[in-house]
Design a protein around this ligand. Structure first.
Ligand SMILES: [Zn+2]
Ligand SMILES: [Zn+2]
Length: 613
């Protein structure tokens, strides 16, 4: 066929020249009328958006390195966005008059439908001839000449806007000199930046969301420089007061009734969501992701699904206000229960916009946080007993003694399962365990808190008193059993016995009661008291300041002495007879000179008996 032709001229491409421009050069150097004529001559498609498979053929026929052509040709996977095939200007070209003055060829950077400026000169591109008003055809005689003969180098120049200059640089994957868009280009310009910007414009660029077409993301590409410039102006709006402009656009989309039903946020996340979070995940776009996540999280009022969790993780703000239903979900409880707490004032909520149709109540984030803390902190008695490591019987006494405090149920918001604060329990455990050494719990000289129950005493009040002494700090543990539980606090057994194994004040006996119990005369008891053998004390706040004898002291007295009269009664003898018997056995008798209350010391009788045998 037409392969390996002997070309008269074989021009080298200019720096950053576009393929159409190069072919125009090539044609002219070989005395052909135009690019189109050249391609026809070698039987190759003259489409501007030439397919990649044509490049091999071109390379062979023209004798130009394939890699050199790749630098210039439109492609579906372009080296720079400028060369994206589907976004290549096909009908007319746009040019920078200043660039043409420097060298008359077309730059590849002008070929993209979003190119509206020259980033080298910060000038607007021109795609209409100032002489005849027609578009600039690719197959015009020379890059600087319109078909009408007008010299485009003399076209009036207009300074480009900041955004269009920036976009022009990005299309060539160059980091803009004065970036306005919130892109993170520390890892370079992503190769799909043009698609991202176009998507941004298509999805978020509608001033009035209501007239936004259903397939906004598929809006046709701009057909002229003017149209492209108009579309790019959206970027100015979206990046204004970053992130306010963009967040506003996201919020508008969230409010737009895309499905005609008041759907949850998840359902309201439309194709724009997929565009932003699924298709364009490059770190360069992070600021857009964060701003959108913030907007969504702030407005979210649906269940927290996997997608919402991702958004929460990305968002730098937290949701400020929660409806009762949302707050209930956050706290994992029934909303009726939460609403009841709002009704009776235990939960703070506000009702903004009194003018709206229905009076929705909102909880502030701080209130939800407070409720979460309360929910996490408070537990019921069963859990509290477990935390302390004591049986329920001991727990009840701890509670009665005030060592465990219950919060008034009526004051607590209805988010907790119980009314005992875990942090209080923890503080109690720390107090009981922290400053004491670990001891061997198997030795018998101490007793663990968990074992301080009613088996130790019949007097519940004594036991409560013991715990109260612990609460007040007058009784302290001497160690702990190493379990780390408050129930393992160890107390001295002697101390515990002294406090719980004694009798209560109710066992105080009057002189008359002792007299009746022992069957001895009232005066006899008086004699023992006066002699200091039976301990008694006066009770100053009772009528007549009576003498009282503690039961404990009476028992101690009877273990040591026995009244002669009761001995005689038991043996069916007279006091006289018993006295004689004892005298014979040389057992001393006490108080013989008194008329009543004669006593014998029990051990004296035993001793006398032993010496006889
Ligand atoms: Zn220029
Ligand atoms: Zn013209």
């Amino acid at each position: 066929m037409t392969e390996a032709l002997n070309w008269i001229g074989r021009p080298d491409p200019f720096p950053n020249e576009g393929l159409a421009s190069f072919l125009r050069h090539f044609a002219r150097d070989n005395f052909m009328a135009s690019r189109r004529a050249l391609l026809q001559a070698i039987d190759t498609s003259h489409a501007i958006r030439m397919n990649a498979d044509q490049l091999g053929k071109l390379s062979r026929i023209l004798g130009v390195e394939h890699s050199v052509l790749v630098q210039m040709a439109p492609s579906d996977a372009p080296l720079v966005p400028s060369l994206r095939r589907v976004l290549t200007r096909t009908r007319t070209e746009a040019v920078c008059p200043q660039c043409l003055k420097e060298a008359s060829y077309s730059r590849r950077a002008w070929s993209h439908v979003l190119a509206t400026a020259c980033s080298d000169h910060s000038l607007q591109l021109v795609d209409q001839c100032p002489g005849c008003g027609a578009g600039l055809r690719h197959d015009r005689p020379a890059a600087h000449l319109c078909d009408c003969g007008h010299d485009l180098r003399s076209a009036p120049v207009v300074a480009s806007g900041a955004h269009e200059t920036e976009v022009a640089a990005l299309l060539e994957r160059r980091v803009p000199a004065q970036p306005v868009l919130p892109l993170d280009l520390s890892d370079g310009v992503p190769p799909d930046i043009d698609l991202f910007l176009l998507g941004l414009i298509n999805h978020f660029g509608f001033e009035d969301i209501a007239v936004r077409p259903a397939k906004a993301g598929k809006t046709p590409a701009p057909r002229s420089v003017t149209e492209a410039r108009e579309r790019l102006s959206v970027l100015t709006r979206l990046s204004a007061d970053w992130p306010i402009g963009f967040s506003g656009a996201v919020a508008d989309l969230m409010r737009a009734p895309e499905h005609n039903t008041p759907a949850s946020v998840s359902r309201r996340l439309g194709t724009w969501y997929k565009f932003l979070f699924r298709q364009f995940r490059h770190s360069a776009y992070k600021a857009f992701h964060v701003a959108a996540a913030n907007s969504i999280v702030k407005m979210h009022e649906g269940p927290i699904d996997a997608r919402m969790r991702d958004l929460h993780a990305l968002a730098t703000v937290k949701k400020e206000w929660f409806t009762v239903a949302e707050a209930a979900r956050e706290l994992g409880m029934r909303s009726e229960r939460l609403a009841a707490g709002v009704d009776d004032g235990r939960i703070r909520a506000s009702t903004p916009n009194a003018g709206t149709l229905y009076r929705q109540r909102f909880l502030h984030r701080a209130e939800v946080d407070r409720l979460r803390e309360i929910r996490d902190d408070f537990c019921d008695e069963s859990a509290a007993a477990d935390i302390l490591g004591v049986p329920h019987s001991v727990f009840r006494i701890l509670k009665e003694a005030g060592l465990v405090q219950m919060v008034n149920d009526a004051a607590l918001p209805p988010v907790a399962r119980g009314c005992i604060s875990r942090s209080d329990l923890q503080a109690l455990a720390t107090r009981l365990l922290a400053q004491w050494p670990a001891l061997d719990p198997s030795t018998s000289d101490h007793v663990a808190l968990r074992d301080l129950n009613l088996r130790r005493t019949t007097d519940r009040q004594r036991l409560v008193g013991l715990f109260r002494a612990v609460a007040e700090g007058s009784l302290s543990p001497i160690g702990h059993d190493g379990t780390g539980l408050a129930g393992g606090a160890l107390f001295s057994k002697v101390e515990v016995q002294a406090r719980v194994a004694s009798f209560s004040i109710a066992a105080d006996l009057t002189v008359q009661q002792v007299s009746d119990l022992l069957g001895v005369h009232y005066d006899a008891v008086k004699v023992w008291v006066d002699a200091g053998l039976l301990r008694a004390r006066r009770v100053p706040d009772r009528q007549g300041r009576p003498l009282v004898i503690e039961l404990r002291d009476l028992v101690g007295f009877l273990l040591e002495f026995t009244p002669l009269s009761s001995l005689a009664a038991q043996m069916g003898s007279s006091s006289r007879g018993i006295t004689d018997t004892l005298a014979r056995k040389q057992v001393p008798v006490m108080g013989l000179d008194a008329t009543r209350g004669v006593l014998v010391r029990i051990r004296d009788m035993v001793r006398a008996e032993g010496s006889m045998s």
